[in-house]
Design a protein around this ligand. Structure first.
Ligand code: UD1
Ligand code: CA
Length: 425
């Protein structure tokens, strides 16, 4: 199996944030999480080494809590990308296979591209493969310098480049696949005699050529995949790109999305064909939505939501950590959280599952069985079960389990005081 090294020690000054750059999120998932997942989802990578520096504790905490196959390695001070990779040397002493090197701030890279990249490296029997891309405006990137025969000679950083080199539009995407056994010794030989006084990872290209290794470049077809995050504007743009990618995929799979420009759907949401997503929905986290559902307008799915077929989630309905069986409707102004809801259920307007006890900080479950009708403006105080076919009258405050086919009413009886207004004028 392949190992990955993910560079994430940099400061990210332009984010103007108290948080480390790679912990900024898209759909609540940190940027570095996207990169780890892209590597892991190739099915070819079994371990990730994350190089951390600035606010290392915070990044480490996130990684340790979320990724069992990933280890953070501290780089202090940060002396450059080559120095960053060398932090992994003690951990990969015996390792002889391939290592891919990625950046923690390029969340749009896909596992499909990484797979293709690794296959290219293997087919070419390459020792060092760098990912390149063609940019109309290559400013600030390292330039790929090719030999007459098309082989890769070196990478020259913008700050070290002469006029002729600056004119090159083929850039270094910052992703590498290397034969670790053959290349690892390069990391102890890198020099920092360059414009930035840094140990450049890019210098392994020259080193590889000097040491008669096979050095190649794989050219990326979709430049979007290496879009890097350096500012909040970049973050907003990347969110948009990722959303568009998800929406296009869902459209191609037969989902109707009425207004893609106002719809946000996380990449971890599956939606069945013939489901309609109306304008201005925000669908976050991991969700599975069936066929022929209707969602929105203005619905908010917050993750861990499973909807079977023919479910309706209408306007101003928020759903979290909830399973809903087929042909159930929650059409207006409702919160459903920590719930299991059966099929053919009608959830009246303004229904709330009160699942959180702020005193004990415990969240409890609401269970609603098949064919239940919940009247408008009801509060279901969890833990609570509404058994099959039961009805809850409007404005029900339900604190006990309701047996099957019963009617539960909790409201005060209606009183009509004749002529009360004229008498009190
Ligand atoms: C680097 C490449 C450049 C390439 C570009 C692609 C080098 C010398 N240059 O330039 O050819 O076109 O990426 O985006 O590699 N990092 C560390 N420790 C360090 C320095 C950096 O972990 O000591 C991390 C940063 O957090 C970042 C990544 O490495 O995630 C890239 O570093 P950065 O300084 O942004 O490199 P560039 O100058 O953009
Ligand atoms: Ca730099």
């Amino acid at each position: 199996m392949i190992k990955s090294i993910i560079l994430a020690a940099g400061k990210g000054t332009r984010m103007k944030s108290d948080m480390p750059k790679v912990l900024h999120t898209i759909f609540d998932k940190p940027l570095v999480g996207y990169v780890i997942d892209a590597a892991s989802n190739t099915g070819l990578v079994d371990e990730n080494y994350i190089i951390v520096g600035h606010q290392a504790e915070l990044v480490e905490e996130y990684i340790n809590n979320n990724y069992k196959n990933s280890k953070c390695l501290l780089q202090t001070p940060q002396l450059g990308t080559g120095h960053a990779v060398s932090m992994a040397l003690p951990y990969l002493k015996e390792f002889e296979g391939e290592v891919i090197i990625l950046c923690g701030d390029t969340p749009l890279i896909t596992s499909e591209t990484l797979k293709e990249f690794i296959n290219f490296h293997k087919e070419k029997a390459s020792d060092i493969t760098v990912m390149s891309a063609y940019f109309d405006n290559p400013a600030n990137y390292g330039r790929i310098i090719r030999n007459q025969d098309g082989s890769v000679n070196s990478i020259v950083e913008e700050k070290d480049a002469n006029k002729e080199q600056k004119a090159v539009k083929e850039i270094n995407a910052g992703i590498y696949c290397i034969n670790w056994g053959k290349v690892k010794s390069a990391f102890s030989e890198l020099k920092n005699n360059n414009a930035q006084g840094e140990y450049y990872l890019t210098d392994i290209i020259k080193w590889g050529n000097t040491n008669n290794l096979s050095v190649n470049a794989y050219t990326l077809s979709d430049n979007e995949e290496i879009y890097g995050i350096n500012s909040k504007a970049n973050l907003a743009e990347a969110s948009k790109m990722l959303n568009k990618r998800t929406i296009n995929k869902l459209l191609s799979e037969g989902v109707t999305i009425v207004a893609p420009e106002t719809t946000w759907i996380s990449p971890e949401t599956e939606i069945g064909p013939d489901t309609i997503i109306y304008p201005s929905c925000y669908i976050n986290g991991k969700n599975k939505i069936g066929k022929h559902c209707k969602i929105g307008p203005f619905a908010h799915l917050r993750g861990d939501v499973v909807l079977e077929d023919y479910v309706k989630i209408g306007n101003f309905v928020e759903v979290k950590k909830t399973t809903i069986k087929s042909h159930t409707n929650a059409c207006h102004l409702t919160y459903l959280g920590n719930s299991e809801i059966g099929s053919n259920v009608n959830i009246g307007a303004g229904t709330i599952t009160a699942n959180y006890n702020p005193l004990t900080k415990v969240k409890s479950k609401t269970i609603i069985k098949d064919n239940v009708k919940i009247g408008s403006n009801s509060v279901l105080v969890a833990p609570v079960t509404i058994e099959e076919g039961a009805n809850v009258g409007a404005v029900g405050v339900i604190t006990k389990n309701i047996p099957a086919w019963a009617l539960a009413i909790t409201r005060a009886p209606l009183r009509i005081l004749e002529n009360w207004v004229t008498r009190n004028k």
